[in-house]
Structure formats: C-alpha cells, structure tokens
Ligand binder design. Structure first.
Ligand SMILES: [Mg+2]
Ligand SMILES: [Zn+2]
Length: 194
C-alpha cells in the first residue's frame, strides 16, 4: 500500500499558546487560525499528527488522565471545524522524574524520533515526504532526524529557537510567522513541485 504523507505538528506554541504546564483544557488557548490551518492540511491529503513533549507528567505537574482529557476536548473542538487529527502522540518522560515509570532517558522525547516513528508505523507514513512544524529547536531537529521537511514558527519560543539553531548551524527549510503561514508555504511548495 502506498505510504501516506503527514504534517507533524508540535502542540504548545504551535497550535495553542505556550503557557507552561496546562493541566486542564480551560488553560489551552488555541490560536484562532489553527483550525483552518489543520483543515487545509487535511484537504491537501496529508495526515495531521501532533507530537508533543509533555514532561509536565514526569515532573508531577499534570496527571496522564488530565492530558487525555485535554486531548479529547482538543480533538472535538477541531473536528467541529472539519479539522480531524489522525493521531496525538506525547512523551510523558522526564529524566529525573520521581515517578519510576516516567524516569530516565527515552526514545520518544523530541528531538528523539520515537513519537514520529510510532506514528509512521501506526498510520503507514513516509516520514521523508512529510513535514514537521514547531517552535523549538527540538522540533526542527526531530524533523531532520526523520528526514522530513522542518519548519520553524516564530510563535511560542520561536525567536529564541531561531538564534539557538543559528549557533548550531542548523537551518529549517522555512521560518514562518505562524502556523497559518507555514501551511500556506507547504501548499504553495506542493503546487510548484507538481
Ligand atoms: Mg512548542
Ligand atoms: Zn519519552
């Protein structure tokens, strides 16, 4: 079967404002353009997959059941606007966690490729023909690790990340002001490739 293409999306600072460690959906402020951006990703034939580091779980700031509740409500709100996520993957680990099941180095915490690789197995994705969008250096490095096209956003921690990446001589394929602009860039690029 032909492999699918995906747009992997960071969550905090990409889809919604980064407010640290939200532990209920009422603390999640979705950027107003995110619904349409995700809908356009889907209409263009890509899967939309969230990959999010949630070390707040390992740090004891939020319980896993609360995160599931946040993601259930997030999915519903997006689905109401015809923007259906194909998967939401999170890393609950924190190296120094006091909770044994979340402690230690893991292969899923971005920039490690674990979450994207799991999604690729679950959903039959060709990561090399996919995109990764996020506001942190870890997002760009993950994109490079899975040989996807990485796009840095200037929302969230984007400005800091841009200078951090410059020091490391790592270049995203594109730097976008917002998720909206990133998706427009993808769609234009796809048009010109065809
Ligand atoms: Mg982020
Ligand atoms: Zn992990």
């Amino acid at each position: 079967m032909m492999k699918k293409r995906a747009v992997f999306l960071d969550r905090d600072g990409t889809i919604n404002r980064d407010v640290g460690y939200p532990n209920s959906y009422s603390m999640i402020e979705i950027y107003p353009y995110s619904f349409e951006a995700v809908r356009k990703i889907k209409e263009a034939g890509f899967l939309a997959v969230i990959v999010t580091n949630q070390a707040g779980i390992g740090k004891g700031f939020i319980e896993e059941k609360n995160l599931h509740d946040i993601h259930r409500k997030l999915r519903l709100d997006f689905a109401k606007k015809k923007a259906v996520f194909d998967g939401i993957y999170y890393c609950p680990h924190y190296e120094l966690s006091e909770i044994p099941q979340y402690r230690g180095a893991c292969s899923c915490r971005k920039p490690n490729p674990g979450m994207a690789q799991q999604a690729a197995r679950d959903l039959n994705i060709d990561t090399k023909r996919s995109y990764m969008i996020g506001d942190k250096a870890e997002d760009i490095l993950l994109g490079l690790n899975i040989q996807a096209t990485p796009i840095l956003l200037l929302t969230g921690y984007g400005q800091k990340s841009l200078s951090r990446l410059k020091k490391q001589k790592v270049e995203p394929a594109f730097v976008a002001e917002t998720l909206k602009e990133a998706v427009e860039w993808i769609l234009e690029r796809e048009q010109s490739i065809l």
